[in-house]
Write a protein that binds this ligand. Structure first.
Ligand code: AMP
Ligand code: ZN
Length: 458
């Protein structure tokens, strides 16, 4: 069965063939660790996790690389404004390094809670300064850079197809750029290396052939992806906002240095919105996984909610939608639990499921196959085995789930014990009356050879 994926670069659905089967190299732009991740960011990571699991389901060995941006992220995309790490440092009183370590840990905890597989390789920007400098030198040697008073910039006018990924209207942008470009030659030019402001000692700064400073935001991904996956690899992903700036610039850098467009497939997850607006770190509509936990939700209910929408459509967050996802997930868990031990997978259902996930990750349709399976009259053991096979992709931890045992109230247990005595003494009418009282309290008694078993009535 063939896997088909939508490639943003060509704006078309293409059949996926690995460059070096059965290996697949996949790079996902990671978090900027100056604050907590919000559930919008995590929607993108869930989409990427599903993609990775679908690749594994198809028998590929995925080498998944994710970066941690712990430096050089300015508050504006135009390479101006403050460095977010240094700003976070002033806000919290922690050092920039401590902030990065803390939010990295929090991010990894969120991935765990959402059952997102850890990347094969984590790479921190600050551990790869030498590689970034080397990549900038390479771009410089090929004549794509110029120097201003605040840094080394990429001259985008030197690359004839600059902006292809984002289908940027360069002339339109340039004409509309009434704003002062400063020393920048073109509106789309971007910093490769920024100098530390004169007279100011930054917490994060390094020596370089151009002067003390720090790398621009985009260079780390070109440098680290080339190091771990080579200059042309299978799949690169991120959120939709990365199409026009970050990924466009990553491609420009890699193209200048290595002559490739970096990845064979470019995939982008669409935004989580709240009240029709993008959820964002600086917007006031920021929800964390921790917030969901505090409100009594299982983080996997959020994962389930994300599976209900196609990754190429925006998803609106609402508590009622999350309630619905939690109820549906609980139903699925209860069904799986009731089916007992798994038997043999049903190949027809597996094929139907594979058809949907291989059709550009159509998870809403794949979930419809899940519910068809639940409603089918296949034997329990078959349904269980098949559902667990689906869960390799869904990632809902269905095999591990156990119902929470609610303690039976003491008063009910006292009635149950009185009934045991009544039965021993052959006072059958009393025993029946006691059973009725237990039932009235919402519990039922099943007599087993080991004694009575008490359960909440469903
Ligand atoms: P950041 O830490 O801001 O670099 O973002 C991490 C990832 O989350 C990137 O891939 C972004 O494209 C993505 N992202 C940011 N905001 C949202 C959102 N509201 N919904 C989905 N993904 C988002
Ligand atoms: Zn990136």
């Amino acid at each position: 069965m063939t896997l088909r994926l939508y490639d943003t670069y060509t704006r078309s659905i293409r059949e996926f063939e690995p460059l070096h089967p059965p290996e697949v190299g996949m790079y996902t732009c990671g978090p900027t660790v100056y604050d907590y991740a919000h559930i919008g960011n995590l929607r993108t990571y869930i989409f990427e996790d599903v993609l990775r699991r679908v690749l594994m389901f198809n028998g590929y060995n995925v080498k998944h690389v994710m970066n941690i941006t712990d430096v050089g992220h300015l508050t504006s995309d135009a390479d101006t404004g403050e460095d977010r790490m240094e700003k976070g440092s002033r806000r919290t009183g922690l050092s920039a390094w401590e902030i990065a370590a803390m939010y990295t840990q929090e991010f990894k905890a969120d991935l765990q809670r959402l059952n997102i597989l850890e990347p094969t390789i984590w790479c921190r920007a600050t551990d790869h300064i030498a590689e970034q400098i080397e990549t900038i030198r390479c771009i410089e040697a090929r004549g794509f850079t110029y120097r201003t008073s605040d840094g080394i910039y990429f001259d985008t006018s030197k690359l004839p197809d600059y902006g292809y990924l984002g289908r940027l209207d360069i002339e339109g942008l340039q004409a509309g750029a009434r704003v002062d470009l400063g020393e920048k030659r073109n509106i789309t030019d971007f910093a490769l290396w920024k100098f530390s402001p004169p007279g100011q000692k930054r917490q994060m700064e390094w020596d370089s052939p151009w002067g003390v400073g720090f790398p621009g935001w985009h260079i780390e991904c070109s440098a680290m992806s080339a190091k771990y996956l080579g200059p042309f690899f299978d799949i690169h992903c991120g959120g939709e906002d990365h199409i026009t700036v970050h990924h466009t610039n990553e491609i420009a850098q890699t193209q200048a240095c290595y002559g490739t467009r970096l990845a064979n497939f470019w995939l982008h997850g669409y935004f989580l919105q709240i009240d029709e607006a993008r959820m964002g770190k600086s917007a006031g509509n920021f929800l964390r996984v921790q917030t969901l936990l505090e409100r009594g939700y299982d983080p996997l209910a959020y994962r389930f909610m994300c599976l209900g929408a196609h990754y190429r459509s925006r998803l609106n967050f609402a508590w009622e939608v999350l309630d619905g996802a939690q109820t549906a997930l609980n139903r699925l868990r209860a069904a799986a639990q009731a089916w007992g031990e798994p038997g043999v997978v049903d190949e027809d259902y597996l094929d139907k499921f594979a058809t949907q996930i291989n059709d550009d990750l159509n998870m809403p349709r794949a979930l419809a196959v899940v519910w068809d399976l639940v409603k089918s009259d296949l034997p329990d053991a078959t349904r269980k085995a098949t559902l667990l096979a689906f869960d390799q992709v869904l990632g809902l931890r269905l095999a591990e789930w156990k119902p929470v045992e609610e303690p039976i109230p003491d008063a009910v247990m006292a009635l149950v014990e009185q009934r045991v005595i009544a039965r021993k003494e052959k006072r059958w009418q009393d025993a029946d009356a006691l059973r009725a009282q237990v039932a009235a309290a919402g519990y039922e008694i099943e007599d087993t050879p080991q004694g009575p078993r008490v359960r909440k009535r469903s």
